[in-house]
Design a protein around this ligand. Sequence first.
Ligand code: R5P
Length: 329
Amino acid sequence: MTQLHARHELMYGDVKLFAGTACPDLAQDIARHLDLELCGREIIEFPNENLFVKLHKSVRGQDCYVIQTTSAPVHRNLMELLILIQTLRLDSAARITAVIPYLCYARSDKKDQPRVPITARLVADMIEIAGADRYITMDLHAGQIQGFFSIPGDVMTAFHILMDYLKSIRSTLHDPVVVTADLGFAKKGRNFAAGLNAPMAFIEKRRIANDSKAEALTVIGDIRDHDVVLVDDEVSTGGSMAQAVELLKNAGACKVYMVFVHAALTESGAKRLAALPVEKFVITDTIPIPPAYRDGFGERLVVLTVADLLGEVICRANQGRSVGEMFGE
Ligand code: R5P
């Protein structure tokens, strides 16, 4: 990262990395990639649950990045992010970038029934109002959520990271078929299929209520006697994936490999997944998995880090260099 020191001063001042409390390990790994330390700050919760933030040093004129994923506890983590951003703004940071590996409320992105909110838009507004100049996030549930922000952003994908792993085990897979856990992920699933040079199938799923319960209806495509690479963007209760695996097994699938980006798992969701007849669970660290949740997965859990990717994006953002260039775009 020698270039960082050579060029960043010309662009936006020193990079200052701050982290909330949501993903400390990922934040440390990003800092390590950049050969920097996380900046000192205090985050205190008062008895009335109000949060208080204090920076240890001035950030006047600096290029500041707040690393905070917005997984559970969602509202606490979101408020930490907003308050950190406002604190930096009030201390006259030159530029503030919200680095949000997992953006909460992304599933609430449209009015698909009367009298409901579009909470993803509200979250985007709050991040801007708090004082962010830019944002960096990963694998948004729907790409159109970018349009809820009027500040520029870098929306990255873990696709290449997941794909590299899948390619490394490709020779062990028996006639693999890539299956998307719902039709909404079909387009992204196609990229996985192309990367593995494998055919595709889909699970048609229909939400039947607003209470996290889903019904997996049918498999579209041929999976009998094939190994299956089951892909999705996020898993929470594990309900969709459990139904998908049952459906696939009943339809004659051989081994199932489950791949998803955001492990937004509940405790019971983790237990439900661990009990499934799945060979490997390939995920990323956009959301930390509490140690207790790992019980039952054993060697089957493969957690790939997005730290280097996010670190590189921060480096390039600071230097005013293209991010697309990283992918030959
Ligand atoms: C939904 O559209 C998403 O792609 C996931 O399928 C969903 O978030 C999974 O939720 P759960 O694990 O609670 O079924």
